[in-house]
Design a protein around this ligand. Sequence first.
Ligand code: KG4
Ligand code: ZN
Length: 327
Amino acid sequence: MKVLGIETSCDETAASVVEDGDCILSNVVASQVDIHSRYGGIVPEVASRQHLLSIVPIVRQAMDQAGVTHRDLSAVAVTVGPGLIGSLLVGANFAKGLAASWGLRLIGVNHLEAHIYANWLEREVSPEFPALCLIVSGGHTDLVLMAGHGHYRLLGRTRDDAAGEAFDKAARILGLGYPGGPAIQQAASEGNPAVVLPRAWLKGTNDFSFSGLKTALFHLIRKTKHDSGFATQDVAAAFQEAVVDVLVSKTVEAAIRNGVSRILLAGGVASNQLLRSRMLKASPVPVVIPEPALCTDNAAMVASCGHYRFCYAAGPNLDVSASLSLT
Ligand code: KG4
Ligand code: ZN
C-alpha cells in the first residue's frame, strides 16, 4: 500500500511517497531556511506564502521520483497540527483537494506522532513496544510512553522553552545564526566545554526546563564580553553539554522506571550527534533513532504515520489545529 505524505506545518514544504509504512519511494523537502534566516526566525505569513508557491511542484516531484501516478496510491496523509495555522491550512486544503479529485482516502496526521513514526522508516525490524519516546523539536520537548500504535501517555514535557527553541535562542545570543541547533553543534565540535552551565533537574518529575540555562548563558556572554574569557566554541560546547546531559539522564531514568523495551528519539534535535551518541551509551535498552535527515521535518514520516493510522485508527481527524496535542 502506497501513501502520499504532505507536510507544511512550519517552514518546510515536503512531499513523499512511502510503501507499507517503511519503504521510502521518494522524499522531497523544500526548505525556506534561507528566506527566514535573514529575520533570525520564522515569519509565519512569509512561510504560508512560500508553501503556496512550492506545494504543486514539490508534490509533482515526489510522485515523479517515486514513479507513481494517483492510481497507485491508497491514501493521502497530511499534517493537521500542531504548527503554524496558515502553513497547516495550505497543506491540509491541498491534500483535501487531491484526495477528493483522485478518489483517495484522506488521513489527518499529528506532526508529533509523525516525528515518532520516522523510527519506522527504512527499518527491517519495527521498534518494539512499550517504547519511551523523547520528542525534541523546535516547539516541543515531550516524554511519551507508547504502548502500541496510537496508544500514548504523556509522562512529562518542558515547562518553558523546548530543547530546539533553547538551541535557537542560545545560537542567537552567541551570534551563530539561524537555525541554532546545527550552528551550535558545529561550533561545539571546534571547542571544549569551558564552563559548567546550570541544569534544571526538576527531581521527582519527568518535566524539563531550559529557560534558566538560556539566561545563565546570556549572563555569561555579557560577562565574557568585558573579561574576554571564553571562546564562542567553548561556550557552545558547554551549552550543548548541559542540554544533552538533562535530556539523556531524565529519559534513561524514565525508561528504567517504566520498564520499556525501547527508547525512541524523534524531532529535529534528535539529529544532534552528541545527543545520539550519549543516549546510545547511557541507555539500558536498545535506542532507535531516525537518520538525521529524517529527524527534521519531512513528509516521509507523515506518510508512514498515515499508513499506520489507516491500518489501526478509527476516524481520521481532518481539521487543522495550531495546538493539536498527541495525548
Ligand atoms: O522537528 P523540527 O525540524 O521542526 C519542528 O517540528 O520544530 O525541529 C527543528 C528544531 C530547531 O529548533 C533546530 O535548531 C533543531 O531542531 N535542530 C537541532 C539540530 N538540528 C536541528 N538541534 C540540535 N542539534 C542539531 N544538530
Ligand atoms: Zn517537526
